[in-house]
Ligand binder design. Structure first.
Ligand code: FES
Length: 253
């Protein structure tokens, strides 16, 4: 008999609002799935992209971030605005590597919203259960998923610089943030500043294992051979990789 898929889910919630909401849900006996584990941090702005990528690499199927409503963050740095920028960029990065961005969810919950907390948890758990296991549901082998997550994890310091300098916007409402991150302008910046770096990082990760031909890399990474060639040409000109003419394969220089 097939057993029902029970997702592995992790929530990172801010101490002052969302954790209070979770606590209220508990004392009020509002039910939500017990397999959602919660970690408390002082502010949603403390949640780093590396936490999310590490959780996914360790088999988390759904990742929840919870903070105070916009305008209610308890810190003068307005950490929840940092959180929404970080989460929106992380969603774009996940989509780029073939991971369903719906596996990452950010919500604002106040300490008095126990019922809202439980209802979000129930809805998200249902959604992640429908999505199925991370990787398999995306049509990826475990090894490919790990490679792609590792490739983007290595770029986190670079993503931070790009986010600070070019992709960190300040908006008043969640809707306005979503509109910005779905905009043509944001997509252009993402393509120009981030997408190529991810592809190159994936190629370098592959070549660290063994030398490969253009076709083999295209097959593994799901790119066209011409996309791979474009990255190989620029990497070769920068001295990052070399071509072994005898073997007709590329390798780390
Ligand atoms: Fe809750 Fe900053 S203190 S989001």
């Amino acid at each position: 008999m097939a057993t029902e898929f029970k997702p592995r889910m992790l929530g990172i919630v801010c101490n002052w609002c969302c954790y209070g909401g979770a606590d209220l849900a508990g004392v009020s006996r509002f039910q939500y799935p017990p397999y959602i584990r919660l970690i408390r941090v002082m502010c949603s702005g403390r949640v780093d992209m590396s936490f999310i990528l590490r959780a996914l690499a360790n088999g988390t199927d759904g990742m929840f971030i919870g903070g105070c409503h916009l305008g209610d963050c308890h810190y003068v740095t307005h950490g929840n605005h940092d959180a929404i920028n970080m989460v929106e960029l992380t969603k774009k990065i996940l989509a780029n590597i073939g991971v369903n961005p719906a596996r990452l969810r950010l919500e604002w919950v106040s300490a008095g919203e126990g019922i809202r907390f439980a209802s979000i948890m129930n809805e998200f758990a249902e959604q992640v259960t429908e999505l199925g296991p991370l990787g398999k549901s995306e049509g990826m082998e475990d090894s490919d998923l790990k490679l792609k997550l590792e490739a983007v994890t290595r770029l986190i310091p670079y993503f931070r610089v790009v986010q600070n300098e070019r992709l960190h916007v300040r908006r008043d409402t969640e809707q306005e943030y979503k509109e910005y991150y779905a905009s043509v302008e944001c997509d252009r910046l993402f393509r120009e500043l981030i997408a190529d770096k991810i592809a190159l990082s994936e190629i370098m990760m592959l070549l660290r294992e063994k030398s490969l031909s253009t076709g083999e890399m295209a097959n593994i990474l799901g790119f066209t051979p011409s996309e791979i060639s474009r990255h190989l040409i620029s990497s070769a000109s920068q001295g990052l990789i070399r071509y072994d003419a005898d073997q007709k394969r590329f390798a780390i220089a």
